[in-house]
Design a binder for this molecule. Sequence first.
Ligand code: ZN
Length: 351
Amino acid sequence: MASLPTGEPRNGLGVLRPLTTDESAIRRQGITNMTCRDSSQWLNANPAYLFNRMNNEAFTLAYKRRSMRRLMGSRTHCVCGTEIDLFGDHVLVCQRVTVRNQVRNTGHSDVNNDLRNIFKSRQTAGHYYVANGEPLMDRYLQHIDVAAANPDEINRRADIALIRMGQDGPGTTLIDVTLAAHNIHQPGPDYTVGLAANNSALRKHQFYRRLYQPPGPDTQLVIFAFETSGSIHPEARKFLRDHVAAGTTHNPGLEFGNIIKTISVSLQTALAKCVLTARTRLTLDQPPTYPYITGPLVLPDPPSRLYPDHQLPRHDAVPSLSRRPLLLPLRALDPAPPPSIPVPPVMLSLA
Ligand SMILES: [Zn+2]
């Protein structure tokens, strides 16, 4: 691991001049591929399992991202006027909150739903149930100072709540799902994978410590922080591992691995959706005359070109095969000759 690249390049052209937006995005993705196991788990997921399904577009986009190919076609600029990278990841951290939320909110809710499904599918074996909707945190946690908190903070809701009905009494696990943008420091010198998730989890913990008393013995608060690179925060991993170990009798390690793969598929699908949204609604083929500041978003013209050349779906995913002839041989189109009926040999009796 120590020999793998990290941070700014120390040799080559990158030493002489700052990296371009595309180059830094490619470097970031390369370092992610090499140093983060969780980022590639979706490649090993069993597609026959219901929650591991990816459609063709999502798979192609995820594969192209991993291969560091251009996803944004002819798009060059965000509607805010900033130059975008080849993956369109700028929209995740765009300074305009309306643009950012177009992809961030959708991504968060998609991943949240998939995680809820994972917990739901295990609730019988794990002796708990998943609360419907998003319960108020106030019901389970004690405010430090209600008067000082603003109404948004009082009405804070947990993303997922697991209610346990064990022999040692009822217990509650409140899960706050956090999706951190991996390129939050872009174009930054630090390409460490997982840094954004760490910062995000730290910020959330500080926030809850400021707002609520420490949870009682029956209540557990878990910050489930992901990063859009695919990295999962150690706290979330540990919670998931313990959760699986408690509810699985046969091979909990395998079960844990499968859940990590399902989460990875979910993240990649959310990212693919983010790319599609960015490409059709949030980016332009040239710098905007009037950069977007506020107000409703206008639907831009579609990109003039999506791919450098015509590519078959999943062309990059499998080794190329020799092309099959599309037309049948001409001979097959001719009217078929009348079938010749084999004449049985006449048995001559020589007797
Ligand atoms: Zn922008």
